[in-house]
Structures are given as structure tokens and as C-alpha cells.
Write a protein that binds this ligand. Structure first.
Ligand SMILES: CC(C)(COP(=O)(O)OP(=O)(O)OC[C@H]1O[C@@H](n2cnc3c(N)ncnc32)[C@H](O)[C@@H]1OP(=O)(O)O)[C@@H](O)C(=O)NCCC(=O)NCCS
Length: 147
């Protein structure tokens, strides 16, 4: 069954929260924060047979986008779904004349770091002991667009 990528609507927020809660490596945001991102940020959902199986969300502030989370459900991993979500997000950022997409990720999160590097993100810094439980550095990544 093919996976479709589409913009999220407010009704998707409960499914988005469930996907995030079931993924220990994901960032954990409240439903209020997701509602706000659906309203005024960018949230894309990957859907198979009408059921969300992944999402990516970003804030857009003055031309700089920041990815807040990207999650694919456990049973759907390694099928190119995050690739498709990121490709669509990057296309949209370019289309909307963003200057860059930024993000931070746990240093040990190899799947996510490989994903971002595959899509052209470059390491742009480090925040020491940024995460808790367990304490770990954040690696900052940036994808900058030519103007
Ligand atoms: C990171 C994540 C979104 C990738 O989702 P996915 O749909 O399985 O990824 P894809 O199948 O589209 O793979 C795309 C690329 O990601 C990288 N990747 C994905 N899983 C990987 C793994 N287990 N190990 C190494 N690289 C991996 C690879 O570069 C891969 O490209 P390739 O297939 O050409 O090697 C998924 O592992 C996930 O939900 N992780 C938990 C949540 C999380 O950590 N989010 C990031 C928060 S900042």
C-alpha cells in the first residue's frame, strides 16, 4: 500500500501525539504545542490506508525553519517514509523562500543524524548537556538555501 504525504489538520493531533509517545527517541510535545504548529507552523503527515504512520513538524520564524520532530511508527521503519517527509518539507521550505532549516538532535541518535545528513544538513554546532534523562549533548544541524 503506498504512503501518502499531506499537510496535517487539527483532527490529526491525537494520532500525532500517539506516534510521538510510542517513540522513545522522539521529542515530546504537548497537544497544545502540536495544535499551534498545525495552525501556524508546518506539519506533514504520512498516511497509509487512511491511518497516520509518521509525521514531521517545523516552526517557521522569519524565514528560518526549525524542525521540532520527525517520527515514523515502529512497524513502518526503513521504508523511506522519513525520506519522503523530509523531501516534501524541504521542497516546501524552498518554495516559501526560507533561508535555512535548522534542528537539534541527541548526539547518539544515529538514525536521525544519518537521515538529516542524507538530505544535505551539515553539523553547525553543539549544545553541551542540552538533553536530560539521560544527559547528552545536542548536535545542531543546518540546511542553508542559496538566495
Ligand atoms: C529517524 C526516523 C524518523 C527515520 O525514519 P524511517 O522512515 O525509518 O527512515 P527512512 O526509511 O526514510 O530512511 C531514510 C534515511 O534515514 C537514515 N536511517 C533511517 N534509519 C536508520 C538506522 N536505523 N540507522 C542508520 N540510518 C538510518 C538513513 O540515512 C536512511 O537512508 P538509506 O535508507 O538510504 O540508508 C525513525 O528512525 C524514527 O522515528 N526515530 C525515532 C524518532 C526520532 O528519533 N526522531 C528524531 C528526533 S530529532
Amino acid at each position: 500500500m503506498p504512503v501518502a504525504i499531506r499537510p496535517a489538520v487539527l483532527n490529526d493531533v491525537p494520532a500525532i501525539l500517539t506516534l510521538a509517545q510510542q517513540s522513545p527517541a522522539a521529542a515530546h510535545w504537548t497537544s497544545g504545542q502540536y495544535n499551534k504548529l498545525v495552525d501556524s507552523g508546518v506539519v506533514l503527515v504520512a498516511e497509509e490506508a487512511g491511518k497516520p504512520c509518521g509525521f514531521v513538524c517545523a516552526k517557521a520564524v522569519a524565514g528560518e525553519w526549525e524542525i521540532e520532530n520527525v517520527v515514523v511508527a515502529a512497524g513502518f521503519l526503513r521504508r523511506g517514509i522519513a525520506d519522503e517527509l523530509l523531501r516534501t518539507l524541504i521542497q516546501r521550505a524552498k518554495h516559501e523562500a526560507a533561508s535555512a532549516i535548522l534542528l537539534e538532535v541527541r548526539e547518539s541518535n544515529r538514525p536521525a543524524r544519518c537521515l538529516y545528513e542524507k538530505h544535505g544538513f551539515r553539523q553547525a554546532g553543539r549544545r553541551r548537556s542540552y538533553y536530560r534523562d539521560p544527559v547528552e549533548d545536542a548536535i545542531l544541524y543546518a540546511l542553508r538555501f542559496e538566495r
